[in-house]
Design a protein around this ligand. Structure first.
Ligand code: FAD
Length: 449
């Protein structure tokens, strides 16, 4: 048996998987089609590229994403370490300078003596040597050739949907005589730029959004949307107040003179230097010219210059339950046509949803692929941890309609001891912190790789 691991795809999951396997002393060949070929959402020539928001969500241990990231931190995740090194202020969230993040991930992988990078597309697993271990981490925008082969050759069910990315504007083009810096309820540092709207401005904006021209996307409305990435115009279509209860929520964002706002558009810093800001929650499929016109109606953005317009993209994942185990390995690889190769999947293509969820699955797949090669027992984390719960969801989801899942407390199992404590609704924070505390104690105990 060839002891090498072949990773396909050097995004968040693939880079993490390669790093973890290499850390355990196994040789890795990482295939990445960039910079020769890029999906419509990728633009950097680097590994570990963030295609939309630059936020890895909340850090607090009373949130499930906060717990997952802390578990990863303690397990030695590359993505989290680099995120910590490249973080930029974002209130209670872990946000990064996206270029610096990708640069540092690329450098780590390039300089790792156990990893060889091959900048080429892999169209079929058959192109890789037999009797090896393969980790497929080609993401939601897996290239057509490989996707076609995976679904045709191996009979994996593929599901498609569409995703949207928010636009980024240059800081110096924002009118700060109108916009103001503040954190909601003045909690934390004033990291966000806020564009206030009165009722009249909001209603005019809403109407313009509803009537704006969108880029051509066939059957879009029949497709599922990435949860939390719903286009702003779809939100406006749902009702006049929908945006005011979503990303344009004005509560806790009063004007500097203390007066209230009807709605507020927030912009979050996108780079270390603070030159670029993304419009929070403004994923969109509007035509570029329409983005300039309609988003220019936002007070403070009348002369905004766009560093990147919002875009829409296809998204893909496999139907993992019953096909993958809790280490993201294909259970019956020969039957599925992979021959004598051991095959793992990692990242968004498995049906996990989100940057860090993708990296998390890459971490589990990389560690276990290496452990298998080293003749060690595989490491299956319990459902009482965020990491274990995510893998269990992907491998063992029982319902009919398997859909991508972001980290949340709904999938984490609580211990009998915690359940017995019968937390009241008002003690939700304490309840969640107790779950997190227990999960982290499990990780500490198990973690000796
Ligand atoms: C438009 C869009 C917006 C998103 N926005 C967010 C967001 O704001 N927040 C969030 O948490 N998640 C978001 N997601 C979901 C998800 O977290 C990201 O897609 C994340 O990058 C997934 O990580 P990954 O490693 O699985 O895939 P990717 O990061 O996409 O990495 C896959 C890599 O594989 C390479 N590749 C593809 N095919 C081949 C091949 N055949 N051969 C060799 N290399 C190949 C690609 O070039 C790429 O580098 C978004 C997804 C999309 C599509």
């Amino acid at each position: 048996m060839d002891k090498k691991i072949y990773v396909i795809g050097g995004g968040l999951a693939g880079a993490e998987a390669a790093y973890q396997a290499a850390r355990l002393g196994v040789s890795v060949v990482l295939h990445e089609m960039k910079p020769n070929k890029k999906s419509p959402a990728h633009s950097l020539d680097l590994l570990g590229e963030l295609v939309c928001s630059n936020s890895f969500k909340a850090e607090d241990l009373s949130t499930a994403t906060g717990l997952m990231k802390e578990e990863m931190r303690r397990m030695g995740s590359l993505n989290i370490r680099i995120a910590d090194e490249t973080r930029i202020p974002a209130g209670g969230a872990l946000a990064v300078d996206r270029e610096l993040f990708a640069e540092k991930i690329t450098k780590e992988i390039k300089e790792n003596p156990n990893i060889e990078i091959r900048y080429e597309e892999v169209n079929s697993v058959d192109e890789l040597p037999e009797n090896t271990t393969v980790i497929i981490a080609t993401g939601p925008l897996t290239s057509e050739g490989l996707l076609g082969n995976l679904s045709k050759q191996f009979g994996l069910t593929k599901l498609n949907f569409f995703d949207a990315a928010a636009p980024i504007v240059y800081r110096d083009s924002i009118n700060m005589d109108i916009a103001f810096m503040a954190a909601r309820y003045n909690k934390g540092t004033a990291d966000y730029i806020n564009c206030p709207m009165n009722k009249e401005q909001y209603l005019a904006f809403c109407e313009a959004l509803v009537n704006a021209e969108t880029a051509e996307v066939h059957d879009f409305d029949k497709k599922m949307l990435y949860e939390g990435c719903m286009p702003i115009e779809s939100m406006a279509h749902r009702g006049t107040d929908t945006m005011r209860f979503g990303p344009l929520k004005p509560v806790g964002l009063d004007n500097p003179d203390g007066s209230k706002n009807y709605a507020v558009v927030q912009l979050r810093r996108d780079d270390t230097d603070g030159k670029m800001y993304n419009i929070v929650g403004f994923q969109t499929r509007l035509k570029f010219s329409e983005q300039k016109r309609v988003f220019g109606m936002i007070p403070g953005l009348e002369n905004a210059e766009f560093a990147r317009y919002g875009v829409m993209h296809k998204n893909t994942y496999i139907k993992s339950p019953g096909v993958l185990d809790r280490t993201y390995e294909v259970t019956e690889s020969e039957k599925l046509g992979f021959g004598n190769r051991r095959v793992y999947f990692a990242g968004q293509i498995t049906g996990v949803e989100g940057y860090m969820e993708s990296a998390n699955s890459g971490m589990v797949a990389g560690i276990n692929a290496a452990r298998e090669i080293l003749g060690e027992e595989k490491l299956i984390l319990p459902r009482t941890t965020a990491t274990g719960a995510l893998a269990a969801y992907v491998a063992e989801y029982k319902g009919e309609d398997f859909q991508p899942m972001g980290m949340n407390f709904g999938i984490i199992e609580e211990t009998e001891e915690i359940a017995k404590r019968k937390f009241k609704k008002k003690d939700k924070k304490e309840h969640r912190e107790a779950i997190s505390e227990y999960a982290l104690s499990v990780i500490e105990e198990l973690w000796n790789v």
